[in-house]
Write a protein that binds this ligand. Structure first.
Ligand SMILES: Cc1cc2nc3c(=O)[nH]c(=O)nc-3n(C[C@H](O)[C@H](O)[C@H](O)COP(=O)(O)OP(=O)(O)OC[C@H]3O[C@@H](n4cnc5c(N)ncnc54)[C@H](O)[C@@H]3O)c2cc1C
Length: 495
C-alpha cells in the first residue's frame, strides 16, 4: 500500500491557505497549524462592538492571481466572493493643496493631471502603454522560482533588462512621463505597499500603479479578510485540516533534512514543511542557527527590512463624506520618508492613508455609524522610538492631523478605538521588527537573493508568503503559493 505524503503548513495567512488549496487535490494529507485562534494572519479582521475592520490589506488588486487558486479546485472566484470595482479607485490628497481622483478613464485622468501640470497630461496614456508591455514581459519572473544565480541569466530575463532598468529608481523612471513631482508621487506612492520609498524602490515596480489602473482596485464585501475566510472554507471543503491555537515550537531535523514539527500537542511527522509565518521571525525561532548555512541569525539581522505601520481602527458616529480610499501625501514627503527609513523618528506631519469603507459597504458598522481605518507608515522597530512611551501622544497627533484635513470633530465622534503600533506587530503578530511588509524589495533582496521558495538551507522546507519570492502584497503572495506548490509537487508528491 502506498502511504500518503504529509505536508504541514505553518500559518494560515493568505500564502499558507493558497498553498493548501493548490495542493488539496494532489493526494497528499495537508495540515495547516496556526498559532492564533483565527485564520487570515495579517489578512484577518478586527470585529468588535458591531464594527468590522480589515486588520491589514484593504486594496484588493489583480484578482486574476487568486482566480488561478480557485480554479485549481474547480471554483470561480467571483462566484464565491462578492466584489465591487471602485471608481474612482482612490483619492490622492496633497496636503500642500489639490487632489486627484484616480480613475482608469484616460480622458478624465488626463484632464485632472492637466490641472496640475499641462505638459504631463499626455504622460498617462504613454505610461499605460509602456507598462502594459513591461508587465507582459515580466510575468514569467512572477510565476517561476529563482533557485540560483543562473536563473538570472535566462535569455528571457536578459531580454527584459533594457525595459526594466534594474538600477533606476521608480521616481527617476517616472520623470520620462511626468515632470511634476506631485504627479510622479501619484504613480509611485504604491511603493509603500512594499514598504519602500519611490526614491529607492527599483523602477520595475512601476507595474504596481499600472496594475491598479489597468485591472482595477476591488472591495470584497465585508473587507479583504473575507478572502481568507472563504479560502479557509474552500480548503477544508477540499480535505485540508486547519488546526487553530496550535503554535509551532520547532521544526525537527534528521541531519539537514526536516522530518517533523513540534507543538505543545506533540510531534508530527512530515514529508514537507511550508513556512508561511513571517520568514525572519520563523527562521530564527523554529530552525536552529546551526541548521542554517545561508540565513544565519547575524545575516538576517544585517538585512534591510521594510517600514512598519501605526494603525488606528476607529468606530465613528455617523459617516464622513469622503471616498472609500484616501491617500494623504505629506507636504514634505521626502523628509517624511527619511524619518521612516533613515532617521527612524516619528514625523510631526506624516503621510497617511484613510479607508472610509462604509461609503461602499455599510455592513461594516452598526446602522448610522461607520468605520475609519487609518494607516500611518512609520519606521520599523528601532531604539530611537519607544512605543510604550509614544503610543498615546502619536495617536493624539494623528487625530489632530485628521481633523486638519477635514475629519471635523473626529475626537468627539469616536465610539470605538483600537491602536496597533510596530511593537504590537512584533510582539502580538510575530513579525520581525514589526516590518509589516517583510524584507525590503531592493535588488539585493529580490529574485534568487530573497529567501527561496524551496528553502536553500534545509531539505524538505519550503517558504510561501511575503517573505519569499516574488514578494509582499496579495497578488504576488498568491503567485508565490503557485511556485511553492509546484516545487512540492515535483520534489515530494510525484517522487
Ligand atoms: C497594515 C497592512 C496593510 C496591508 N495592505 C495591503 C493591501 O492593501 N494590499 C495587499 O495586497 N497587501 C497588503 N498588505 C501586505 C500583505 O498582503 C499581507 O500582510 C498578507 O497578509 C501577508 O500574507 P502572508 O501569507 O505572507 O502571511 P501572514 O498574513 O503574515 O500570515 C502568517 C500566519 O502565520 C501564523 N504564524 C506565525 N508564527 C507561527 C507559528 N510559530 N506557528 C503557527 N503559526 C504561526 C500567523 O499567526 C499568521 O496567521 C498589508 C499588510 C499590512 C500589515
Amino acid at each position: 500500500m502506498v502511504t500518503k505524503k504529509s505536508i504541514f503548513i505553518i500559518g494560515a495567512g493568505p500564502g499558507g491557505l493558497a498553498t493548501s488549496i493548490l495542493l488539496a487535490k494532489s493526494g497528499a494529507n495537508i495540515t495547516i497549524l496556526e498559532k492564533s485562534d483565527k485564520i487570515g494572519g495579517r489578512t484577518s479582521s478586527i470585529t468588535e462592538n458591531g464594527f468590522k475592520f480589515d486588520l491589514g490589506p484593504t486594496f484588493f488588486l489583480y484578482p486574476q492571481a487568486l482566480e488561478k487558486v480557485f480554479q485549481s479546485v474547480g471554483l470561480n472566484l467571483m462566484d464565491e466572493i462578492e466584489m465591487e470595482r471602485l471608481d474612482p479607485q482612490y483619492r490622492i490628497i496633497f496636503k500642500s493643496g489639490g487632489h486627484i481622483d484616480a480613475t482608469n478613464d484616460i480622458k478624465v485622468m488626463s484632464d485632472q493631471i492637466k490641472n496640475f501640470a499641462p505638459e504631463d497630461a499626455k504622460g498617462f496614456s504613454k505610461f499605460m502603454n509602456e507598462n502594459r508591455e513591461k508587465l507582459r514581459k515580466m510575468e514569467p519572473c512572477l510565476t517561476n522560482p529563482f533557485l540560483n544565480i543562473f536563473s538570472l541569466l535566462s535569455p528571457r530575463l536578459l531580454k527584459l533588462l533594457p525595459m526594466v532598468k534594474p538600477h533606476q529608481s521608480l521616481d527617476t523612471y517616472l520623470k520620462r512621463f511626468f515632470k511634476d513631482p506631485r504627479i510622479r508621487l501619484a504613480f509611485s506612492f504604491q511603493s509603500k505597499y512594499l514598504g519602500m520609498s519611490p526614491f529607492v524602490c527599483p523602477s520595475l515596480f512601476s507595474i504596481l500603479s499600472f496594475i491598479e489602473y489597468e485591472y482595477g482596485i476591488f472591495h470584497p464585501k465585508g473587507g479583504c479578510n473575507e478572502i481568507t475566510k472563504v479560502m479557509a472554507q474552500v480548503a477544508t471543503d477540499n480535505g485540508v485540516e486547519i488546526k487553530l491555537n496550535e503554535p509551532v515550537e520547532k521544526i525537527l531535523f534528521n541531519e539537514n533534512k526536516a522530518t517533523g514539527i513540534r507543538t505543545k500537542t506533540g510531534d508530527y511527522k512530515a514529508d514537507a514543511i511550508v513556512i508561511n509565518a513571517d520568514f525572519a521571525r520563523a527562521a530564527q525561532t523554529l530552525i536552529p542557527n546551526k541548521q542554517r548555512s545561508r540565513w544565519k541569525d547575524n545575516k538576517i539581522e544585517n538585512k534591510k527590512f521594510s517600514c512598519s505601520t501605526f494603525m488606528l481602527y476607529l468606530g465613528i458616529k455617523g459617516r464622513y463624506d469622503v471616498p472609500h480610499h484616501n491617500v494623504y501625501i505629506a507636504e514634505d514627503y521626502k523628509s517624511n520618508l527619511q524619518d521612516i527609513e533613515c532617521r527612524h523618528v516619528l514625523s510631526k506631519s506624516p503621510s497617511f492613508y484613510v479607508q472610509n469603507a462604509c461609503v461602499t459597504d455599510p455592513s461594516l458598522a452598526p446602522k448610522g455609524n461607520s468605520t475609519l481605518y487609518v494607516l500611518v507608515p512609520v519606521s520599523h522597530e528601532h531604539e530611537n522610538i519607544d512605543w510604550a512611551e509614544n503610543k498615546n501622544n502619536y495617536r493624539n497627533l494623528i487625530i489632530k492631523e485628521l481633523e486638519k484635513v477635514g475629519f471635523v470633530d473626529l475626537e468627539d465622534r469616536i465610539i470605538y478605538e483600537k491602536v496597533i503600533t510596530p511593537a504590537d506587530w512584533s510582539n502580538q503578530y510575530n513579525i520581525h521588527l514589526g516590518s509589516t511588509f517583510n524584507l525590503s524589495h531592493n535588488l539585493k533582496q529580490m529574485l534568487y537573493l530573497r529567501p527561496r521558495n524551496r528553502f536553500e538551507d534545509c531539505e524538505g522546507v519550503y517558504l510561501v508568503g511575503g517573505g519569499t519570492h516574488p514578494g509582499s502584497g496579495l497578488p504576488v503572495i498568491f503567485e508565490s503559493a503557485g511556485i511553492t506548490s509546484k516545487l512540492i509537487a515535483e520534489d515530494i508528491i510525484l517522487n
